[in-house]
Design a protein. Structure first.
Length: 252
């Protein structure tokens, strides 16, 4: 399978949802749908704010503990950016369907299985935000998210952005960072063994991709293959929405 090196997105592909989006990047494709604010069951009702329900559906089979873990991470993150106090006693439902995932690769003649829950998290978060924007729900901010792996390369170590399953399996540690549009860190999840210096290097690399303006004056950090983090996810989100608005206003 050819992994898409540039992000791709489609806003409002589903006609029956209040908001929807399709996002593809780093081998993952996710379709998101948002409905809300809608009526909530009495047992889930919150008197002063909206309840946020996140459902993650895998590409094959039924969801399990992996999906429940991802749902809890996404829900807690989205509650920080949605103006839930504007819609008390209602429900905002976010459904994320994974349609494509990177094919397993071979390491030492063994197939690499999904040993971590985190690699797909950036694609799920990005799809959820685009779907919320499509639904015109009021947000405090938007966010961008990326993943990195720290890999031992001989006597040195390097940071690999959006690593493949094989690179994740061979890595010393794996990290997911999410930043708001104000360049503030809103979510970080890390697995493996790493020092604070290595974490700082991973943070700087993630900031360069998600917040290139804020990271301009940062110090040197470990990078993969000497290649720059040239995918500006914040600008991608902005340009995707601008293109959608321009197409809808074209008839005027």
């Amino acid at each position: 399978m050819t992994v898409n090196t540039e992000p791709e997105a489609l806003i409002s592909p589903l006609q029956s949802a209040d908001g929807s989006a399709t996002f593809s990047y780093a081998g993952y494709t996710v379709v998101g749908a948002v409905n809300g604010p809608i009526e909530v069951q009495r047992r889930d009702e919150l008197p002063e704010e909206a309840a946020v329900d996140v459902i993650v559906r895998p590409a094959a089979g039924v969801g399990g503990t992996r999906e429940r873990h991802l749902e809890s991470l996404i829900q807690s993150t989205l509650r920080q950016i949605i103006l839930v106090n504007n819609f008390p006693r209602t429900l905002i439902q976010v459904i994320l369907q994974v349609t494509t995932a990177p094919e397993n690769e071979y390491v030492n003649a063994k197939v690499v299985q999904a040993s971590s829950n985190l690699p797909i998290l950036p694609a799920l978060l990005q799809t959820a935000v685009l779907s919320l924007l499509s639904a015109a729900l009021p947000l405090r901010t938007t966010l961008t998210s990326t993943s990195l792996a720290i890999i031992v390369d001989g006597q040195s170590k390097k940071v690999v952005l959006n690593p493949s399953p094989r690179e994740i399996e061979a890595s010393q540690s794996f990290h997911v960072f999410s930043f708001t549009s104000q360049d503030e860190l809103i979510l970080v999840e890390s697995e493996g063994s790493f020092t604070m210096k290595e974490w700082d290097d991973a943070y700087a690399a993630a900031q360069r991709q998600c917040c290139p303006d804020a990271a301009t004056n940062d110090g040197d950090a470990l990078m993969d293959d000497g290649s720059p983090a040239d995918t500006n996810l914040k600008q991608f989100t902005r340009s995707t929405l601008e293109d959608k608005i321009a197409s809808e206003l074209h008839w005027k």
